[in-house]
Write a protein that binds this ligand. Structure first.
Ligand code: HEC
Ligand code: HEC
Length: 296
């Protein structure tokens, strides 16, 4: 009896200490102070390209820019994008640029908690210090809105943010944005945008049961079950070519939403074009198309 009792205590201890180690495990790297001077226009451009405005503005309800409230129905529960205006109480008006950097490049809150990957920070990990300074400068120009952020509706255990720490260890990867010296400047610019800021893979790469992208062998192979129920077709080079995409008509579609057969993109792609890629310069639209369609 006594042995069983002691064993039970031992197991409880191990589980508690183990769990505690995870719960209190510090994550991320310390952020270096950023004293660069930011360019508001460049920051606003990057915020468009990256979808910050698309995801954090409730266009359907005529919401104020960046005041949040957009619902993301994931298979783990419903998330709402928070208010990230300059409001001190409800937005990020009290944050430092270092808090902002930590959130955007590392997906970690000022309290040291992990964000859900529905916030596409995985794609922003290779943003430069200058990118962060530019974004920050642009965010300072956003009007403060006093809407409280909506609470997420995640059932147990997915409402336990410490679980995301385990997720990060298992699945967090860096985007493949590094330039390739054997490729053209246009191709490399396209890679930086497509693999990074414009996060094409967030919707066009299938995910595993833990909600992580199958980056190794299924990159851009399409996703049959997007949050909210949509489907994104494959956009790997072979699929694109088979469906008559060319650099020209893809760049045109990223600008206008009109596809080669005269249809227009529906669903979340329509929104991605409307609120994000249509704001890119023609040069950047061509760069993304070149990266996706030029033979390696
Ligand atoms: C695909 C949708 C999406 C995109 C794109 C997106 N976000 Fe978010 N963002 C979210 C969601 C959802 C959350 C809530 C995450 C959580 O609670 O764990 C969030 C959280 C945040 C937070 C934390 C706010 C807080 O109160 O703690 C910041 C800051 C933020 N996003 C900034 C940005 C910036 C800057 C960009 C563009 C570079 C961006 N987001 C792009 C969906 C998005
Ligand atoms: C928020 C999710 C989302 C993001 C981000 C996204 N897409 Fe899409 N994409 C979709 C969906 C959904 C469709 C299907 C649209 C339809 O059925 O009309 C689609 C369709 C497409 C198609 C048509 C493919 C075909 O042969 O029918 C192309 C090309 C495409 N996307 C390219 C891109 C590129 C390039 C990016 C990054 C710049 C991107 N997408 C980012 C969701 C997304």
């Amino acid at each position: 009896m006594r042995a069983i009792f002691l064993a039970a205590i031992a197991v409880t201890l191990v589980v508690t200490v183990g769990l505690g180690a995870v719960i209190f495990l510090p994550i991320g790297q310390k952020v270096q102070p950023n004293n660069l001077s930011g360019d508001v226009n460049r920051g606003a451009y990057l915020a468009r390209a990256s979808g910050c405005i698309a995801c954090h503005t409730d266009f359907a309800k005529n919401g104020n820019p960046l005041a949040g409230g957009v619902k993301f129905a994931t298979s783990f529960g419903d998330l709402y994008s928070p208010n990230i205006t300059t409001n001190k109480e409800y937005g990020i008006g009290n944050w430092s640029i270092e808090n902002f950097d930590m959130a955007v490049r590392q997906g970690i809150s000022p309290e040291g908690e992990a964000y859900y990957p529905a916030f596409t920070y995985e794609f922003y990990r290779n943003f430069t210090d200058q990118d962060i300074a530019d974004l920050w400068a642009a965010f300072q120009t956003v009007a403060a809105v006093s809407n409280p952020s909506k609470d997420h509706e995640m059932p147990f255990p997915f409402n336990q943010r410490w679980g995301l720490k385990l997720w990060r260890v298992a699945f967090l990867t860096n985007p493949k944005t590094q330039s390739d010296p054997n490729k053209s400047e246009v191709w490399n610019r396209g890679r930086l945008l497509a693999e990074g800021a414009t996060h094409c893979a967030a919707c066009h790469t299938p995910r595993n049961l833990a909600g992580a992208r199958k980056t190794k062998d299924r990159h851009f192979n399409g996703n049959e079950s997007l949050p909210g129920g949509g489907k994104a077709p494959a956009i790997d080079i072979n699929s694109l070519k088979k469906n008559n995409w060319t650099i020209e008509n893809l760049a045109y579609a990223l600008e206008t939403g009109i596809t080669p057969n005269g249809d227009s993109f529906g669903d979340s792609m329509g929104k991605h074009v409307l609120y994000s890629t249509s704001f890119l310069t023609p040069k950047d639209q061509i760069a993304i198309a070149t990266y996706l369609l030029e033979e390696n």
